[in-house]
Structure formats: C-alpha cells, structure tokens
Design a protein around this ligand. Structure first.
Ligand code: SF4
Length: 202
C-alpha cells in the first residue's frame, strides 16, 4: 500500500489552480460512493457559501441542512448527501463543497495527548482515488497539502461541540500517513478524554 510507484492515473490534478482538483475521472469508477452517509461538517462560513452557490445556480433544495451536534447536508431516503446528483454521480456544489469533501480520501484525527493532528488515507479497496494516490507519490503529496489546508481550516472554525462530535465518528478502513503538531487554539477546544478513537469518518 505504500506510495512507491509513479502513475499518471490522476493526470494534471496537482497543477489545477482551482480549490478542488477534478478527480471525476477516477471517482466515476467507484462502485459505492463516499457521498452516502458522508455528513461533512459545515461551518457557518461554509453554509453561507453553499447557500449563495445554490441561489446563484438556481438549485432549489428545501431546507438543505441538518443541525444536530454539528451541521451537515440533508440526506435522501437512501442516505446520499442531498448535493449528490444520482444521475451524473457528481456533486452539485463541487466548486464550494465542504472542506472534508475536498480533502477526501484523506481524513484526520486529533491526539490531544501528543498535541498532534494525525492524517489518514482510506484504503485502496474502499476508494479508487485512494488507490490512485497510493500509486502516485507526487499526486499524494500535492493532494495531501491541499487536504491539510482544508481540514485545518474547518477544525479551526468549528465550535467545540461540533469538533468533538465529528472526532467521535469512526473511519476504520484507513492508514495513517502523517502527523504534525497542532495549534493551541484547536487543542483548547478539546478535553483530554474526548479523542483518540481513530480518524474521523467524514
Ligand atoms: S457535498 Fe458533494 S462531495 Fe460532499 S458529500 Fe455531498 S455530494 Fe458528496
């Protein structure tokens, strides 16, 4: 599973100047969908951006968000994100999608004891994009940089209750790929007994 060999299965994705690289060539081969049961956390800022995008593109979805311990997009009867287009298998809000959707298949956990954020990548058998990234070291590095930036932004902006809630969601089929020190501002939101259960399943 180590990213040891080069491949051009993910062409040009690291050269895009857009926020979200276009992985559709890979993701369209997926037999499942990470947009089912995804429940990506939405900050107030992201929610406003999504609402503006829906309005600008005349996408009419009644009450598109659910607020529990954190806010996430509503789901359809089968558990797919309300922004997932079942006909095209594409995201209706792709340019402004939630940070954790941009970061996928990279996810994270926060270890309060070590004061580190840990980075994980989904395993190949559950995600074709993860498989492509494992085979392309440069692409993995570039996507990793982007994913870290997006996730660090969302964990900084989420309130304590929301951050604790998403850290409790398990994502067992992942491999740890990196870790780094995290800021005191983020650590201060978390109590010592709330973390360490594995990467967040978002
Ligand atoms: S926002 Fe888009 S990418 Fe994220 S779960 Fe929903 S449909 Fe999928």
């Amino acid at each position: 599973m180590s990213p040891t060999s080069k491949s051009d299965e993910v062409p040009s994705m690291h050269t895009s100047k857009k926020r979200q690289n276009n992985f559709f060539i890979v993701c369209s081969k997926c037999k499942t969908s990470c947009c089912k049961g995804a429940r990506p956390p939405l900050t107030d800022q992201r929610r406003k951006i999504l609402e503006a995008h829906l309005k600008d593109h005349e996408i009419c979805i009644e009450d598109p968000f659910i607020q529990t311990s954190y806010t996430f997009p509503k789901e359809d009867a089968e558990g797919y994100c309300i922004f997932y287009d079942r006909k095209t298998s594409k995201c209706l809000v792709h340019p402004v999608k939630p940070e954790t959707c941009v970061a996928g298949p990279i996810t994270f956990d926060i270890n309060v004891k070590s004061e580190k954020i840990e980075w994980y990548l989904k395993i190949e058998k559950t995600c074709p994009l993860a498989e492509a990234l494992y085979r392309n070291e440069e692409a993995l590095q570039k996507h990793g940089e982007l994913a870290k930036k997006e996730i660090l932004r969302v964990v900084s902006e989420l309130d304590t209750e929301a951050l604790k809630a998403i850290l409790k969601i398990e994502e067992p089929e992942t491999l740890k790929i990196d870790e780094e020190k995290i800021g005191k501002d983020i650590l201060s939101k978390l109590s010592s007994d709330s973390q360490g259960g594995g990467p967040a399943g978002i």
